[in-house]
Write a protein that binds this ligand. Sequence first.
Ligand code: BF8
Ligand code: SF4
Length: 649
Amino acid sequence: MAERQPAEIAVDQASLAMLAKAATEGVSHAFARADAQGKSCPFGSDGVCCRVCHMGPCRITKKATRGICGADADTIAARNLLREVAAGAAAHSDHGRHLVHLLKAVAEGQGGDFTLRDETRLREAARAWDVAEQGRGPLEVAKDLAQLFEQEFTRQEGPLATLKLAPLPRQAVWKRQGLAPSGIDRSIVEALHRTNIGVDHDYRDLLRTALRVGLADGWGGSMIATTVSDILFGTPQPIRGMANLGVLEERKVNVLVHGHEPALTEMLVAATRDPELTAAAKAVGAEGINLAGICCTANEVLMRHGVPVAGNFLQQELAIITGAVEMMITDVQCCMASLPEVAKCYHTLVVTTSPMARNIGAEAVEFDDRRALECSRAILRKAIANFPRRDPRKVSIPRQKAALVAGFSNETIFNILGGTFRRSFRPLNDAVITGRVRGVAGIVGCNNARGKVDEYHLTLTRELIKRNILVLQTGCAAVACAKAGLLTPEAALELAGPSLREVCEAVGIPPVLHMGSCVDNSRLLLALTYIVQEGGLGNDLSEVPAIGVAPEWMSEKAVAIGHYFVASGVDVILGRPFHTAGSEAVTRFLCEELLTQGVTGARFHYISDVQQAVETIVAHIESKREALGINRKAGRKLFDMKDRRGLEV
Ligand code: BF8
Ligand code: SF4
């Protein structure tokens, strides 16, 4: 691929400015590397390259229609996809497992500085999962809940207990179709087993397994991660914040938290408020410490503390290129391998706090949960000591930053809509039933260096709110829209269609609701569940006028997310296709037969053109409305004699 001009790479001015700076300073970044990669290998893109055994790699071509073992394009493409789902589910779920361990430690009095921040949420969760809570102390309840969650990982038989949170008709679909997963670990192990050479060769069976593993992620690992985060760190509430590289401060020690695990970050937030550390920062000539986030760690601390967001996935290198970052603290997921290389061009220290996410050139810092605050202070001291090494000639912080409101957990949506005394989704259901809100679109997922960053997210979101569709967001999609100012109540006035605007104004919400990090896509599953439970919009998730979209996705985690939405009965539009084009049968199964053969009641759509996506979403939502019968005018029908006779027959 020829090297692209900056304007072909990104839409936001802050990123463009940093790309220009990188060019002057000779710093490489993901976009340049994407160009250097050139066109992707067609066998990989089509999903027909198999490396499962060492007789291979085998590639399927017109001449060689089977690999050495006899596997055809359908088996190979399905097997590759299932492995992606397993990897994505593993990432989310392992994150959940770490949080469960922390919950258990806190419950046993071994949690150091961590506490149970949200007892109400703890008790609600206990009731939802049938853990006795009445008349018992919070630590006792937490211990039992942690144990139950642990068992969700190790369960060998019977369906996951968390599946019970879904509407009954959906549970019935899973049972009928054999899609209900057992233990999370077991599901992932089984996926790896099935995809070994010489095991499962039926693409339909492999793809059903992908749905099952997806469900183990969405309703299992991710749901557990979200729930435990809320219990330990507090359930998010609407909170103001800022987003984009302009949140970095020239006169302060800039510390960026990056990755996905919220535990350390919670303590860093507390440590930055320590007057001793502020004094230490002043002693080296800074005005204080400025903590900001990248990727989903950013979403977590934004939602709970209003910590500013410096950027989404493809801004991680650009943040260092500002020359103003003293330290970037990384853990697991989405932290680029290149960070230490980019940091070498500046004074930035890259630190890794997760024993499973090491990087050559990044300093490994032990983070002990039991001494979390002390460890956080030590890390911040290192960052402060690095401030004098900053080269002022290399510092250029873009001005751009946008205000936002985040923190729309379901618990707060209940309160906002219904009031604390009558917590309810009723007003939202009524707005959908009367057509003031046509439906709901969840726009989620990553950025992709192969495309023009944020463009699909922004165009799609603007077009949908203009058409009175409420948008729910998580992950890097939410940050993309935050940077463009779409996450403010004012955006409703300027950009939403008249009836959505009215609803937003009445309750004081933005037309685009930030619901959290990527594991918090589980909140979207529950939001749809609450809509069903509230009544009037169908009995199953597949009946709600709703859709999921991942416009610019790139991660295996997004593959898993797509699968659990579709398995839950929600159609998913992907801005970029899965690597399945080499098998017509696999593509047809995912994009047609899951729906037409009644496997899930929903399907995937591969749509790279944003306008076509808008049309598909509107048509989909309207067809769901038609099926529910809520598009009919509710006027009174006057019967004439002919009608009456008709009735008597
Ligand atoms: O987990 S949206 S680029 S940061 S994978 Fe990664 Fe994708 Fe961002 Fe959050 Ni989710
Ligand atoms: Fe080739 Fe079969 Fe081995 Fe895959 S499993 S590499 S198709 S021989």
